[in-house]
Structures are given as structure tokens and as C-alpha cells.
Design a protein. Structure first.
Length: 271
């Protein structure tokens, strides 16, 4: 009798455990289902919100996107003949007692750098397009030592935060645009300062922290993608060196370096 009662109790216990496990599994499936529904709802809501923002932006003539590409830049500085000095400020002398004078010449070689950042556009046919870009540029110039015909090439590289403020005109897929450019130096390879250590005493403050320039060019819009080609230059000097010697022409003993470049970028309109 006790054996039958014990077996009956075990059967009830097994049924209870099975029932609890079934409820637990069912609850887990319900949680998973609700979680999937929640994720799907969020994704659909974000997609709908993005579509609405994009439609409103297009209807109001506003666009926002990213871009990236390359810079092909070159330094300009003219042709300078200057005395070479040691660390104590004394002029190097030749065997006959005359000063050693080196020739500093600009080079036509270009420096390839990169550029990337974000852009915004306000307007349709006539538009305003501000941009914020991180850019690397540079160039080179030659130093021909006194009595030598072999040039030593100095290669300059520096990094900027560029902020162009452009006004443009668009007809169909083609755009033309131009405007001022504000560049803020964030780093350089110190080659320019090192190269002038024998010719200038103010080289530490010679490289400008901010430069005002210009950009102008044309662009092509194909759907959400765009291609831009621009010419870039500077109104203010990239670097200014007070020399102890004299330039070859004139009496101005200051070397003023500017930069000119071509910029080619690909863009993607996000909305």
C-alpha cells in the first residue's frame, strides 16, 4: 500500500515539474518573441524617421554628406640668395674670407596628401556650402650650397583643419562654386624649421597657425554620389622667414611661402 502511494506521489511530482518547465519554456519563448518585436519596431521607426528627415531636407533644399580624396600641393617662394650662419649667429666664411651664400629656390614638385570630412548645402539652384575637412598638404624647395651645382631637396608636410565657405550655382547635375578658405595648422614634420636654421633667427614662429585662402572649382552630382575638382590657394603666407642675407632681386630680406594645390574628392550625400 505504501509502495503504491509512493509511486503515485512521484507521478504527481513529475507532472508538476513537467508543467513548471513547460511554463518556463513558454515564458522564454514569449520573452524572445517580444524582444524581436521590440527590435523590429525600433529599426522600422529609425528607418521611417530617416526617410522623413531626408524628404524634408530635400524639399527645403538642405543636404548633408561626407567626402574624401587627395590634395596635390606645391610651395611657392621665389629665388633667394642668402648667407649661411652657424648656431652662434656667425657667418660661414670661404677661404678668401667672403661669406658663404646659398641659393634657396622653389621647386615645381608636388606633394600628394589626403583630405576628408563633412559638408552641408543650403539651397537648390543658388546654394551655400560650408565644409569642415581634415587635410594634409606640403611641397618642397631646393637648397643649392655655395659652390655646388647639386640641389638638396627639403620636403615639407603639414596637417590642417580646413573650413571652406563656398557659394555655388547648380544646373542639372553640374555645380560651380567658389569662396574663402580658413585653414588652421594642427601639425607639421618640422622640416621647414630645420631647413632654415642656418639662414633665419625667427624660424620657430615662422610657420603660420592660421592661413586665409580661397577655393574654386566644379562638381558633378550623380544620385547620392558626387565628384569635385577644385583649385586652392592662399592669400596670406604659409611661412615668413626674416633672412640675414638678401634675396637675389630687390632689397626685401624676407622669404614668404605660399601654397597652391588641386583637390579631387568623392562625396556621399547621407540626406
Amino acid at each position: 500500500m505504501q509502495t503504491f502511494s509512493t509511486l503515485n506521489q512521484k507521478t504527481v511530482d513529475l507532472r508538476t515539474v513537467f508543467y513548471i518547465q513547460t511554463l518556463s519554456i513558454g515564458f522564454s519563448h514569449q520573452q524572445l518573441f517580444r524582444m524581436n518585436v521590440f527590435k523590429t519596431t525600433i529599426f522600422a521607426g529609425l528607418l521611417f524617421l530617416t526617410t522623413v528627415i531626408s524628404a524634408q531636407a530635400q524639399s527645403k533644399g538642405f543636404a548633408f554628406g561626407l567626402k574624401g580624396g587627395v590634395n596635390l600641393s606645391r610651395l611657392t617662394m621665389g629665388n633667394v640668395l642668402t648667407t649661411r650662419y652657424d648656431d652662434n649667429g656667425n657667418a660661414y666664411l670661404k677661404y678668401d674670407g667672403s661669406e658663404v651664400r646659398d641659393n634657396l629656390k622653389q621647386s615645381f614638385d608636388t606633394k600628394t596628401g589626403w583630405v576628408g570630412g563633412a559638408w552641408m548645402r543650403f539651397g537648390r539652384t543658388i546654394f551655400v556650402q560650408p565644409e569642415v575637412l581634415v587635410s594634409t598638404k606640403g611641397g618642397s624647395f631646393n637648397i643649392i650650397p655655395d659652390g655646388s651645382t647639386t640641389a638638396e631637396t627639403v620636403k615639407i608636410k603639414y596637417s590642417n583643419i580646413d573650413v571652406p565657405l563656398l557659394i555655388g550655382l547648380k544646373g542639372g547635375p553640374i555645380r560651380i562654386l567658389a569662396g574663402p578658405l580658413f585653414s588652421f595648422r594642427v601639425g607639421d614634420n618640422q622640416k621647414l624649421s630645420d631647413a632654415f636654421k642656418q639662414y633665419s633667427s625667427n624660424r620657430d614662429n615662422a610657420l603660420s597657425n592660421a592661413v586665409v585662402g580661397y577655393q574654386f572649382g566644379a562638381g558633378l552630382d550623380l544620385g547620392s554620389f558626387s565628384l569635385d575638382v577644385r583649385k586652392e590657394g592662399t592669400f596670406t603666407d604659409l611661412a615668413t622667414f626674416k633672412l640675414n642675407g638678401k634675396p637675389i632681386e630687390g632689397s626685401n630680406a624676407t622669404v614668404r611661402q605660399k601654397v597652391t594645390s588641386w583637390q579631387v574628392t568623392l562625396g556621399l550625400k547621407l540626406f
